[in-house]
Unconditional design. Structure first.
Ligand SMILES: [Zn+2]
Length: 421
């Protein structure tokens, strides 16, 4: 393949992905707008019309911002950085500042990341301080917003630089199979990260306090022993520091597993409802969703690294990006930029698998806690998070990792198992 053929192929894919996203976004906005004044029949007793309208307005606001972001970042910035010569310019600057070698490679990778970060900032700020604030969700102060960015960048340097140095070393020392060694390093790195995340990384951003003694703790401990599940601890996180959205999650791996509740969730749900939400999360563990997800990720990483190993030696790849000479820093940055344009057709498949797992976790919760409590917890979460009950079916099919509320609650009420797909 020649450089210009590669360029044309890439541009066609980027434009197709952007057109597809815009079309889906417009469909979603129209659908939500059309159903703004009617609560779906199953929810009439659970969600008042004002809450339903609020969810519609919130969804529409987010959708409009997403459309602007798609055009500005996923199309304009991406084309500028790749075929527009942006990456080549960053790389040339890195070479002028640092000559050849590791520093230049690192500067190219982080230079591209910095451009992406800065370009995305206005959108993040708008989302937090305009949209979230307008709908009463935002609790992030400007100081916290900046502190989060600074900590995020510091973390990405602290974790990313050692990993990149290892990759550069493999490229120089390990011959044409460097990408296979890189895969091994990537797996070790991911497992390490999952293990240290709850104890060392998450506390940089939030405070975690052990769950108090009382009815809730008793209920949860009962549930855990009923399901034969061991966790390292039960914690409450100060999610209210950033937003009033509520959630619960599991974190960690093996013996470092922790159960975390957002304080905002604790304020709104009854102990029985929290137990049902937790039983759903336990369902993900019991059905082996987490190791399976990791296995899929590792397999995908192997395929992508093999592709990168091939592109690294392919002159057309560098010509398409306007680069004069092959080198690993630019290859990594260019690959990371090009990749999403080619993976978007797989999104519906990933969403489909995720939704199937949600049904399985719901069925587990219904069997080990209470379906009725989970239904009322979900209805409260939909209401309080202003999540739309009436997504466009096609938009939902492509993007949603959770089944639409109507379908989910219908399954729980009828006590049906996950649909076989
Ligand atoms: Zn789930």
């Amino acid at each position: 393949m020649t450089g210009s053929a590669f360029t044309s192929l890439f541009v066609v894919f980027v434009l197709a992905a952007v057109a597809w996203r815009i079309w889906l976004g417009v469909r979603q906005a129209r659908h939500v707008q059309r159903h703004r004044d009617h609560v779906p029949p199953d929810f009439e007793a659970l969600i008042p019309i004002e809450a339903h309208r609020k969810a519609a307005d919130y969804t529409l606001d987010k959708q409009r911002l997403a459309l602007a972001e798609t055009v500005a970042i996923d199309a304009a910035l991406l084309l500028f950085l790749t075929v527009g010569g942006g990456l080549a310019a960053i790389d040339a600057l890195a070479a002028r500042l640092f000559g050849e070698g590791t520093l230049r490679e690192l500067a190219t990778v982080y230079g591209v990341m910095a451009v992406g970060l800065v370009a995305g900032l206005p959108f993040d700020a708008w989302r937090t301080f305009v949209i979230e604030a307008r709908h009463g969700f935002n609790r992030t102060t400007p100081g916290l917003f900046v502190a989060d960015i600074v900590k995020g960048v510091a973390l990405s340097l602290a974790l990313g630089i050692p990993l990149l140095m290892i990759v550069f070393w493999f490229v120089r020392a390990a011959g044409s199979l460097w990408w296979l060694y890189t895969w091994g390093a990537w797996i070790a790195f991911t497992l390490l990260l999952v293990t240290v995340f709850p104890r060392w990384i998450a506390p940089l951003f939030n405070r975690f306090t052990p769950l108090e003694e009382g009815e809730l703790r008793r209920r949860i401990e009962n549930l855990l022993s009923r399901c034969g599940f061991r966790a390292e601890g039960l914690f409450v996180m100060d999610g209210s520091k950033r937003s009033s959205h509520g959630n619960a999650y599991f974190t960690g791996f093996g013996r470092t597993k922790r159960i975390v509740f957002f304080d905002t969730l604790m304020q709104r749900l009854t102990p029985a409802e929290i137990e049902a939400v937790l039983a759903h999360e336990l369902g993900h563990f019991a059905r082996g969703h987490i190791p399976r997800l990791l296995a899929v990720r590792f397999a995908l990483a192997l395929a992508l690294l093999a592709l990168l190993g091939w592109l690294y030696r392919e002159p057309a790849f560098y010509q398409a990006l306007g680069l004069n000479e092959p080198h690993i820093g630019a290859a990594l940055a260019g690959f990371a930029l090009l990749l999403p344009a080619f993976t978007f057709p797989f999104q519906p498949l990933a969403s489909l698998i995720a939704r199937k797992q949600e049904f399985e976790a719901d069925a587990f919760a219904a069997a080990n806690a209470s379906a009725t409590d989970l239904v009322s917890a979900l209805a409260k979460l939909y209401r309080d998070n202003a999540s739309t009950l009436t997504p466009d079916p096609l938009h939902s099919l492509v993007y949603d990792s959770h089944p639409p509320a109507v379908l989910r609650i219908d399954h729980l009420r009828r006590g049906r198992e996950a649909p076989s797909i």
